[in-house]
Design a protein around this ligand. Sequence first.
Ligand code: ADP
Ligand code: MG
Length: 318
Amino acid sequence: MTPEFDLIARYFTRPQPHTELGIGDDAALIAVPPGHQLAISADMLVAGTHFFADAAPYGIGWKSLAVNISDMAAMGAEARWATLAIALPEIKEAWLAEFSRGFFDCADRFGVSLIGGDTTRGPLTISVQIMGIVPQQQALTRSGAKAGDDIWVSGPLGTAALALAAMQGHYPLTADALAECSVALHQPQPRAALGLALRQLAHSAIDISDGLLADLGHILQASQLGADIRFADIPLSPITRQHIADNAVQSFVLGGGDDYELCFTAPSAKREQIATLGRQLGLSLGVIGQTRAQAGVDVYDADNTRLDIKKTGFDHFQ
Ligand code: ADP
Ligand code: MG
């Protein structure tokens, strides 16, 4: 056995349900159930850009798959299969063991089979492709929003950006507060069950990877709409709420990336049903505003004055 095959066998080969032919041949074979479409997406994580090169490998493994599952959730698709292309500067068994433990903990939690990939030497880079299934015509897209829809988010928002700012020394947090926030950054929980349930309820959806205003902006652009947002209705974590008077923290909530929550729009007639769904799933869902025919986005604070988005420092994220 060459070392590469040995590595793949040891760290990346696990049982692969829903798979006709898995790891070990030139390609995997899968069958898409009749009446379904295949949803496909990929996300790449580069050391130094998307994570610190010395970050805990468990979290890197978890997150590399979790961010992809989040894309499936945003489409209303059920994540099923993933491939993993990984470039490693050197073979460190302890690192690989922890990376693969994080990856497979996430895979097991969300029912995803790792069915193939590529392993090569190079600057630490992790590229995951994910495939899921969705019944024909039922996928949630960015372009389906209608004027007057409620705008919903799952929350809390801003926690991951707050943790990142604290880790980089750009925002003061106590060690305890940072430890609590950094779970959101290192181990995001993709909203898979929510995405599936929203197929029947939402007009459009996206996952929040680049920040609320940026990602909501993609829905609005694709649907040719604008929006009014009530800042006070955005779900926050207790720590974020403690610091919310600070402009920087407001910018984390509106513009900070890495939350992997869902933002979606739905007719107001579905409001009760969606609130009930949120309670059933144990999620903090909030209606944060409405879409409108007129382009642009206005954000209002609790006493109905318009927030100066530039003053919040949101511009830093654009
Ligand atoms: P090939 O040279 O035909 O591309 P490889 O030697 O790269 O095949 O890989 C052998 C098998 O191991 C293939 O089935 C491939 O999909 C799988 N594989 C390689 N790297 C990984 C990885 N990091 N995770 C999961 N499967 C992998
Ligand atoms: Mg190969």
